[in-house]
Design a protein around this ligand. Structure first.
Ligand code: ADP
Ligand code: ADP
Length: 225
């Protein structure tokens, strides 16, 4: 089965139809980009897929587990990075990761080793023990990425992971996502930047007014665009 799937996903806000029957799947080891302009419904769709927003209708499955029926089990299989992910200002990235690692139920020994690994791989050594309030935007986003990767989830859902970052910070995040794909993770991320989607994705789904309007492998899709 796919690692992640959405079937006829719908979200209404009053009379606004934010997501209008979205069908999507991501296989293990695959990176799929949800590409569309502001207001297309990307954030709403990803929040429903991550199990933090209840769909008006439709079905989400993570690793075959139905999000509506077994939400805790489904959510344990995924890591989510949202545009409004906040670090606790007075905690350092290391303390933040310890806090969330305990929520995920990692043992203290495993957690310490995993945090050391993330600090090394995401090159966070120079700021891992500083209060988050003192960090740059690029440093904060690395810490947020570390939080999404922390429990080594099979599925990663990343909402505009490079948004509002300088070019070097953005490239660092993109490379870290490529390394997760090499580990066999299924990755769904949103962007409004075509070149980023082109560079990173195996497939792109173009979203417009809450629907996937075209979907395919990158060369074929670019030839049609
Ligand atoms: P994107 O992430 O592609 O920019 P969004 O999912 O944020 O798109 O928004 C899709 C549509 O839903 C927009 O018209 C937006 O104004 C509307 N919308 C999003 N969140 C809410 C909300 N909480 N209440 C009302 N309307 C919303
Ligand atoms: P490749 O490394 O596969 O040869 P290129 O470096 O030629 O690819 O870039 C292909 C496209 O992806 C270009 O539009 C480029 O701007 C974009 N791109 C390249 N590297 C990155 C990156 N790290 N992050 C975002 N976009 C990138």
């Amino acid at each position: 089965p796919p690692a992640l799937s959405a079937e006829r996903l719908v979200k209404h806000y009053g009379s606004t139809i934010a997501v209008a029957g979205l069908d999507l799947f991501v296989r293990p080891g695959e990176v799929v980009g949800l590409l569309g302009p502001n207001g297309a419904g990307k954030t709403t769709a990803l929040r429903m897929l991550a199990g933090i927003l209840r769909p008006t209708s439709g079905r989400v499955r993570i690793g075959g587990v139905d999000m509506a029926e077994r939400p805790l089990e489904a959510k344990a299989l995924l890591g989510f990075l949202s545009g409004d992910t906040q670090l606790y200002q007075r905690l350092s990235p290391r303390e933040t990761l310890q806090y969330f690692g305990r929520l995920h139920g990692l043992s203290e020994a495993r957690l310490t080793a995993r945090i050391d690994e993330l600090v090394r791989d995401l090159e966070m050594a120079s700021f891992a023990d500083r209060p988050s309030a003192t960090l740059s935007a690029g440093q904060k986003q690395r810490a947020n990425i570390a939080r999404a990767f922390l429990h080594e989830p099979q599925v990663l859902i990343l909402d505009e992971p490079t948004n509002a970052l300088d070019v070097l910070s953005g490239r660092f995040i993109v490379e870290s996502i490529r390394k997760e794909r090499a580990k066999g993770r299924a990755i769904l991320f949103s962007t409004h930047i075509m070149s980023e989607a082109e560079y990173l994705c195996d497939r792109i789904a173009l979203i417009h007014e809450g629907r996937v309007v075209d979907e395919g492998e990158v060369p074929a899709l670019c030839a049609r665009a």
